[in-house]
Design a protein around this ligand. Sequence first.
Ligand code: ATP
Length: 335
Amino acid sequence: MSEGADLAIEVSGLYKRYGDNEAVAGVDLSVAIGEVVAFLGPNGAGKTTTVEILEGLRTRTSGDVRVLGVDPAEATSAWKERIGVVLQGAKHEGDFTSSEIVTMWSAYYRSPRSTAEVLELVGLSDAAGTRTRRLSGGQQQRLAVALALVGSPELVFLDEPTTGFDPAARREAWQTIGGLRALGVTVMLTTHYMDEADLLADRIVVISRGRIVADGTAAELAAHAAMPSQISWDAAELSSDRLPRQLRDLLGADESSAPPASPDARAVPPARPTIATQDVDAVVRELLAAAGGAGTRLDSLAVRPPTLEDTYLALTRDESKAGEFTRDEITGDSP
Ligand code: ATP
């Protein structure tokens, strides 16, 4: 990715120091126009600092930053109108209705979207006349996104948009965020939820201790981190002691160290022996052969590919797996 004109965000060699603390330590990042990127990282990794530098809310120590072609440190009001920011836990407690709040907000923009269109975009048309303090958590979040969309932004920053939500509210918020993609809006989504990142984002960027440790699709990250798939089956169909030695050696620690037999052992559901492997094909073949040899079927056989959460934990826990790899390295693009 080298074509500046196609990029919504371009960051190179970004540093931010707070005294002796290097909160951002050489971040390089490109986000294409229309891309939805999830920005993940443990607490204190440097997400907020990075994002707020991009939003023009914090100064940087050094490095080059362009957001929609402009250095955020020299942001003009025209540039700010092209960007939408949805802060974490944004809440409107007042006596105004959803519709009134959106209309008031419109006054800040030179050519705002109409109130009805904005409410429609976030699925709040039915709550147009509802006082904001009566909105549910999910509706509050939709209203926050609505306010960010009033000025037809090209780029939206979402900060942990579903933290503290119940499952139904999360799904509502996901629908709204998914709708931004259809509008062609570039989205930078900061989140701690792997399912959210996996579902909504084209690309995952992981930051740890101020450095980008992974940048790619969920599958690319898993491949790079050499994450195994989990193969499991019902021990009632094929118990561990019927396995050939080479498979028994691969059994997960939990399953191979069987608990001592108890008098009511039959009441306990049979365990699922599990093998973690990158060579799914070979292990499955061997398991089916073992089942065939034992005169049984393996209808319960399940293969679970690595989840983004598995990969994320490996990347942020194990520095050797993370290394300093980037999307360019994975795809072979020139820098
Ligand atoms: P979280 O997931 O907890 O929000 P984060 O990834 O957003 O974390 P940052 O808030 O960017 O992390 O913080 C990165 C580092 O910079 C941390 O060590 C933090 O203590 C430090 N830091 C952040 N803001 C300031 C500040 N205003 N002054 C001094 N240190 C700061």
